[in-house]
Ligand binder design. Structure first.
Ligand code: RIB
Length: 303
């Protein structure tokens, strides 16, 4: 079995479901409230474990009740939490509004995630045994850099989701094998709103890029190769929270298993399409057999 390491955040998602998100200064009545374990690191870990890998999460939870819930959700999902620290103070929270089209707006309060500034003893040894390291930007950038450098020094593939988007220093980009922004993040990083142009600009800094395009699928670009667009299955979204994380976690497993990029992208798209049809982040992520079934339907309907 492949082993994926994830260095990243855990958040308790506090989700309000509402017909239409409020504008500034407006108060609206929502339909429902849920607390659902999430955080980009935890989400990618759960997605990868359900896609069929052994997964370890490096990060932190707080000493509060959310911290215990986050840890136990990860453990029940089969994610190894031996490298998940418990720190003084609150766990990370994400304050999410989901509208009737499944779109969302999110405010993240880092809490314990902010205490992850570097690798802890033993983390590098864990990363060295992995077939891939997944990184996002909800912990301190110094820790992301330390993790990526450790992976690089052991020949482990690094995959970075640049979210929440922020300037990426050249020394961090130099340690990244595959960058996976969504179209908004790609535009923010490059100034190019056209995904092909954004991908071309990003290839000056990393060898491979996948830009996720929501219901339009994804665009893959690599140095010296023609860009490739992979269409997403057509589905009706009820909640897109965590869809990008589902995509990345599943993609990492496919690549670690040695699949070629086009097939890996189709498999990841199938997983993301399943996740948007369900509520929440970790709660929406599909299992390997479901992904296989969805991917085979997609292949039949496009061939
Ligand atoms: O990518 C989705 C995630 O973003 C949510 O689970 C929330 O915790 C925020 O981190």
């Amino acid at each position: 079995m492949t082993h994926i390491a994830v260095l990243g955040s855990t958040n308790m998602d506090l989700v309000a479901y509402v017909a239409k998100a409020p504008q500034r200064g407006e108060t609206v009545t929502g339909r429902e409230f849920r607390t659902i374990p999430g955080g980009k690191g935890a989400n990618q870990a759960v997605a990868a474990v359900r896609a069929g890998a052994d997964v370890s999460l490096i990060g932190a939870v707080g000493v509060d009740a959310f911290g215990s819930q986050l840890r136990s959700t990860l453990e029940h999902s089969g994610v190894n939490t031996d490298h998940l620290r418990t720190t003084e103070g609150s766990s990370g929270t994400a304050h999410i509004v989901v509208d009737d089209e499944g779109g969302n707006a999110i405010v993240v309060i880092p809490g314990a995630n902010g205490s992850v500034t570097d690798l802890a003893p033993g983390d590098e040894g864990l990363i060295a045994t992995a077939d891939g390291l997944l990184l996002q930007l909800e912990i301190q950038q110094s820790a992301v850099l330390a993790g990526a450098e450790a992976a690089r020094s052991h020949g482990v593939r690094t995959i970075l989701t640049p979210s929440p988007v922020q300037p990426l220093p050249p020394e961090l980009l130099a340690t990244i094998d595959l960058l996976v922004p969504n179209e908004h993040e790609a535009a923010a990083l490059t100034g190019a709103t056209d995904p092909r142009r954004a991908a071309a600009a990003l290839l000056d800094q990393v060898p491979e890029v996948v830009i996720t395009l929501g219901s339009a699928g994804s665009l893959y670009a690599a140095r010296g190769a023609e860009p490739l667009t992979v269409h997403a299955p057509r589905v009706t979204a009820v909640d897109t929270t965590g869809a990008g994380d589902t995509f990345v976690g599943t993609l990492a497993v496919a690549l670690a298993e040695g699949r070629e990029m086009p097939e890996a992208l189709r498999w990841a798209s199938a997983a993301a399409a399943l996740s948007v049809q369900r509520i929440g982040a970790t709660s929406s992520m599909p299992y390997r057999a479901e992904i296989d079934t969805q991917a085979s339907h997609t292949l039949r309907s496009t061939s």
